[in-house]
Design a protein around this ligand. Structure first.
Ligand SMILES: [Zn+2]
Ligand SMILES: [Zn+2]
Length: 135
């Protein structure tokens, strides 16, 4: 997402909406299934640009215990702050948005907190019932 500073009035919050294709954000390791809906409220105050972001996307998350994929909604709101100068005509938020999405994504995602995972011996999904292995 890019914000055109020349289009922004001084000291007046403007709401912007954009659909960002996941490929543009290059979010590695995260399978994003839909375009990322970004709602931004931008406020320009002299040499400062303050942006409140609200983003939402559908993503595919693989459980780190049972390896089953499940669909989750990634949703996050955060604030970005930029120092701008008279020479700047545009601020590109894509990299910061990308970082926020990566931070939001769990390191060890679970399909549910009580997920039993897979049997280490036969590989059966223990959420579906126990197996006969004795380990
Ligand atoms: Zn699981
Ligand atoms: Zn087993």
């Amino acid at each position: 997402m890019r914000i055109d500073l020349n289009q922004l009035p001084e000291a007046q919050a403007i709401e912007l909406r954009e659909l960002e294709q996941p490929v543009d954000l290059d979010v590695s390791g995260i399978k994003i299934l839909s375009a990322i809906e970004i709602k931004a409220e931008a406020l320009k105050m002299r040499d400062n640009l303050d942006v409140k972001i609200d983003l939402k996307a559908r993503a595919l998350m693989q459980c780190s215990r049972c390896l089953i994929d499940s669909e989750v909604i990634l949703q996050k709101d955060f604030r970005l702050d930029y120092t701008i100068s008279k020479q700047d005509s545009c601020v590109d938020l894509s990299e910061d948005i990308r970082q926020e999405i990566i931070l939001e994504y769990p390191v060890k995602p679970l399909c549910k907190p009580s997920c039993k995972g897979l049997c280490l011996k036969c590989g059966k999904n223990l959420n579906e019932g126990s197996c006969d292995c004795k380990i």
